[in-house]
Write a new protein. Structure first.
Length: 312
């Protein structure tokens, strides 16, 4: 299958990567990592989550981190929000792009946000309406456990499609399919993404892939073959999910970037600087990283198949 001419990496280490860090990371360390990541050439980052500080102390400094990110040049800054209150907080510090997450199953959604899927979707309408009042703002819906739930098992495509239909009808700016526990296969990813692309050819579609079974890069390729152009990644492979014990972090940013560059894509991201960022995570936050980069070894990145020409 022909691959997209251009793909984008969204760095999510400062949000998804830190939510299971095991300790509250000092804001100074977050800001140092933020600036180092920006210096690599990364131009899209999800930097924090506007959740209740009482519920998630890790993000009590959300406003501070967000303000620092918004001040950086040529950076598309986004944040996770659980509700309208989170959106108001994000807008107050200058963030215009937000992600609202809903799970594909009631069981996971209740565990994650204490409400069934239908109740979560009821929160989405006022969020989209509020975004319309803000210039150049957008709402993306992230669908958690889109390929498998730790409580109910395999997820039928119809469950994903139902959420996408509701979100598109409301006017969201994009959809990201989340392999929250890292159980997706390339075939599943390709089929789900291609069916959504057929139904909504103009809908921006992304993938949020965890690498629990080591299939992250294969799933990236499957997504690209289905027309997906945006992929989340986390520096050093940090991350996991509080509601899914045992799930590892996202694909390591340095691994994904190297794999894309090896295939001829122009990412405009400095691979050596990314490796330095992974080592910074190792130094400042945690030595327990899936990525091999902190030890100085090259990232084991390779996407199978022929190389396309350089991207536009």
């Amino acid at each position: 299958m022909p691959l997209p001419a251009q793909v984008w990496i969204v760095e999510v280490g400062l949000r998804d990567g830190l939510q299971l860090a095991g300790q509250v990371v000092p804001v100074e360390a977050k800001l140092r990592l933020l600036r180092a990541l920006h210096a690599t050439g990364l131009r899209a980052m999800e930097v924090t989550s506007f959740v209740s500080p009482a519920a998630v102390p890790q993000f009590a400094d959300a406003e501070t981190v967000a303000r620092a990110a918004v001040a950086l040049p040529d950076l598309r800054v986004s944040a996770l929000i659980p509700n309208l209150r989170g959106q108001v907080r994000a807008h107050a510090v200058g963030i215009r792009h937000v992600t609202f997450v809903v799970a594909a199953t009631d069981a996971f959604n209740v565990e994650n946000v204490r409400m069934p899927v239908e109740e979560s979707l009821a929160h989405l309408a006022p969020i989209v309406q509020a975004q319309r009042a803000v210039p150049e703002a957008s709402v993306e819906v992230g669908i958690a456990v889109a390929f498998g739930c730790p409580y109910t098992g395999p997820v039928p495509f119809e469950a994903i499609r139902k959420i996408v239909d509701r979100a598109v009808a409301l006017g969201v700016g994009g959809i990201a399919l989340g392999d929250t526990i890292g159980v997706a296969t390339p075939e599943q990813v390709y089929l789900a993404a291609s069916r959504l692309r057929d139904a909504y050819p103009n809908l921006p579609l992304g993938l949020h892939l965890h690498d629990t079974r080591g299939l992250g890069l294969a799933n990236v390729l499957a997504g690209m073959e289905a027309g997906v152009t945006t992929f989340d990644a986390s520096v050093g492979g940090m991350g996991g999910c509080p509601a899914a014990p045992g799930a590892t972090g996202n694909i390591a940013t340095e691994t994904l970037n190297q794999a894309l560059q090896e295939r001829g894509f122009v990412t405009h991201i400095d691979q050596g600087a990314l490796l330095d960022c992974a080592r910074l995570v190792h130094e400042l936050i945690t030595p327990d990283l899936p990525s091999r980069a902190p030890s100085g070894q090259p990232s084991p990145a390779s996407l199978p198949g022929p190389r396309p020409g350089p991207a536009a």
